[in-house]
Structures are given as C-alpha cells and as structure tokens.
Design a protein around this ligand. Sequence first.
Ligand SMILES: *Cc1c(COP(=O)(O)O)cnc(C)c1O
Length: 319
Amino acid sequence: MIPRLRFAQLPTPIEPMPRLTKFLGGPRLLVKRDDQTGLAFGGNKTRKLEFLVAEALAQGADTLLSAGALQSNHCRQTAAAAAKFGLACTLVLVGEPPAQASANLLLDQLFGAEIIWVEKSRRDAVLQETFEKTSLLGRKPYLVPYGGSSPTGVLGYVYAMEEFIGQKVNADWIVFASSSGGTQAGLVLGARLFGYQGKLLGISIDEPQRILQERVADLASEASERIGPRLNFTADDVLVNAEYATPGYGVLTGAERGAISLFAKCEGLLLDPVYTGRAAAGLVDLIRKGFFKTDETVLFWHTGGQPALFAEKYQPELV
Ligand SMILES: *Cc1c(COP(=O)(O)O)cnc(C)c1O
C-alpha cells in the first residue's frame, strides 16, 4: 500500500464553459476545478501533498523543507500542510523580503513557516545546507522537492487521472499548465495505466519544450515503479507546447491579462497570473489558430494559484 493522507476535496467538479465556448467559436470547453482541492485555497499541490506528507510522516519527519519563488503556490500549500499535521516548515524562497508581505508569502507567514531568503543561484545549495543544519539540530527534515514533483508527488496526478476517467466525461484534449512536470507526469502515467484515450497537452510556463518533455518522461517512468512494474516513457510520449513561455517565469504580459479577463468576464472564473493565466492564454491562442477541431471537446485542467492575484507585484498590471 502506498501511504496517502486524505485531505483533498475530491473528486473536483468538471464544469462546462458555455459562454467562453460560444465567444471563441471553437471546440466545446470544459474545466476541471483543481483550484477547488482544498488546503489553503486549493490548487494542484494538494493532491501531491497527500502522498508527500504521508511519506514524511512514515519516515518520522518533524519538519517539511522546501523551496520556491517568492509567490510560490507550492510553498504556501506545503506550509499549510505542515501546520495541519503538526510539523515545522522551512521555506527557501528566491528573492528579497518585501517591506510588506502579500498573497502567498503572507499566507506562508500565517502558517508559521520559517523563511530563508536566497539568490536564485544559491537556492539548491542553501536548501541542502538547511537540510543538513536542521538534521544537526536533532530534528528530522523531509525535503519536499521543487514543485512537489518527485515520483511520490507525481502519484497525486496518477490518481487524479483515475478520478477523471471515473467521472465519465469525454474530452479529446486535456490542456493544463506545466512547469516542474509532476502534474503532467502523473496525468501521462495515469492515462497509460487507466486507459485515457485523448491527448494531454502541457503548456510550458517556463521551460524549453525538450527539457520539460524529458523531465516529464523520466518522472512518469520513475513513478510507475511505485505502482507496479516499470513503464518506460520517452520525451516523444509527452506533448508540450513551449511557445508561451518566452516572457519568463512570473512575467505578466498582455496574453495572460487577456486570458484572465476573458475567463473572468465569460465564466466568472478566476485564473492566476503565473500558471493558469499563461496556460489559458495558450489555449485561447491555439483555439484562434484552429488547432482544435470545432467538434472536439477540450478540458482545461485548472491547477489553482489564484492567491497570487493578490500579490502586490501584480496589482497595477491586472486590470
Ligand atoms: C505548481 C503549479 C503548476 C505547475 O505544476 P507542475 O506539477 O509543477 O508542472 C501549475 N499551476 C499552478 C497554479 C501551480 O501552482
């Protein structure tokens, strides 16, 4: 048995987006609401953390240690999970402490996480040093990998695919934001294990296409060994579009702003400025270019992230 805690609100609903479908005049559009998974405003990290925190507890850990961007959703949800299970939390965040914390960073602090600030180039070294220092103090840290994307974290999305198939909703395409690759790896592995016939298209947020394809293939192959005999995936098994990643991580351009506004005005649905805003911008652009057939159904798998809408950094740029 794979250790798993159960705190996510599952299954997440699948909803039609009729007004957006009509406005764009393309394929039928659906959304799967993984922004509603629960745990401190929800998002895709909740599913990963069900397996990661279970592993940490099974190993006798007393501290969750992770790293990310200043407005990391992953770090916010890790800090919440730590609080929920009585663990300490240390976060190594890239950047400098702002005068006033907002959004995800504010929540990290509310959950009582200890924050260590680093320059990007020192992130991995400081994470390792912090792990060692914490151990030397007689504590037992558990390293939650970047974005929760270890083979253990990937399991969250393997079973998310099983959940989706159980919902018996037909979708020719599933489109979603992909960055550290764990979400996509889980969906790809789950598709093979449980027999999803449609296509899984990851919109890269910040990685070149080949690098992300290879990372997803490696993660999916490794994660398969947790469940049964190893299945081998190659980069060519993984669909990634990296055309929308060019502005760089966390940079809000007219494309993201347009998608955020469109989803909000057509469907009353909130996207986030970093991940789902960019992925939806890609989806909208692909629809306008005629990439999908109009008789197809496209499901946008919403991965959360909305607290970042309230980050000071994005306030002047959003509307
Ligand atoms: C982390 C995150 C992603 C990316 O998921 P990966 O598994 O890292 O590829 C997408 N959307 C949101 C909102 C996230 O926080």
